[in-house]
Design a protein around this ligand. Structure first.
Ligand code: C5P
Length: 243
């Protein structure tokens, strides 16, 4: 089959023109990057696992009425998605302190937060994706105040859904990042979850042992990343099959 036109290549994914209007094909690569892409590796099988896991999370969200860009998986590495206008923000939800929150505010890693904490980061590689306030988001027109309210509501629903799903298989959802896009429906616009949800963009700790089952394994050389992601997939019952 002739390769479709490439629209965009990111660090872990490639977007191709889709078969129908307003669709794209999202291809998951095996590449892993960390620390502003100063650390790079190819982890065999990571793309297959993330394609399958992102499908699992996004189709579950669709099923409970949380809109996402996911339409259907095409093959082991590709899925059909809705084209959206991306909001240039990363939306992080934290349930337990870890990573940059612990570093910035001195809160010990693993401490449960009094409530889910939502943060916005401006997506700009040259600026290293800085943490921004709602004031910045509105003042610089990255999103409206209404969009912020909608993004928070969406992020909290995703958090409830994912936290419950992971808890059921003995995994603590410490924190995660989502990206959100806009779709237009006549005069109306709606915000939907886009990009991917996978162990690349979550912190997942085994509740019994504390074992890390996410990209921190790669960031901090804690073992085999594909093993960790395979463990997540196995527990969720979504082991990739041949197609
Ligand atoms: O590094 P930090 O503690 O701010 O990360 C919070 C969460 O957001 C982690 O789950 C991390 O994997 C995710 N994240 C991401 N992409 C980024 C930054 C953070 O997926 N560019």
């Amino acid at each position: 089959m002739a390769r479709r036109r490439m629209i965009y290549e990111g660090k872990a994914k490639i977007l191709y023109e889709g078969p129908e209007p307003d669709t794209l094909i999202q291809y998951f690569k095996d590449d892993a990057t960390a620390f502003d892409a100063t650390k790079k590796a190819t982890i065999e099988g990571k793309g297959v696992l993330n394609n399958r896991l992102s499908e699992h999370f996004m189709s579950g969200l669709n099923a409970i009425g949380v809109p996402t860009h996911f339409i259907r998986r095409i093959n082991m590495r590709e899925q059909l998605i809705r084209m959206v206008e991306m909001i240039p923000l990363e939306v992080v939800v934290r349930n337990y302190a870890a990573g940059s929150l612990s570093k910035r505010l001195g809160i010990p890693e693993g401490q449960q937060l009094p409530r889910p904490v939502i943060e916005f980061y401006y997506k700009d590689d040259a600026l290293h994706d800085p943490l921004v306030t709602e004031e910045h988001v509105v003042a610089f027109n990255w999103a409206s105040q209404q969009d912020i309210d909608d993004m928070i509501a969406l992020a909290l629903r995703v958090n409830d859904f994912l936290s419950g799903m992971f808890l059921g298989v003995g995994i603590r959802l410490v924190d995660f990042k989502i990206e959100i896009g806009r779709i237009y429906d006549g005069d109306f616009q709606r915000l939907i979850v886009a990009d991917e949800i996978s162990p690349d963009s979550c912190r997942l700790w085994d509740i019994e042992t504390g074992r890390k089952l996410d990209k921190d394994v790669f960031r901090h050389d804690l073992g085999d990343l594909a093993d960790a992601y395979t463990e997540v997939a196995k527990r969720l019952g979504v082991m990739p099959k041949s197609q």
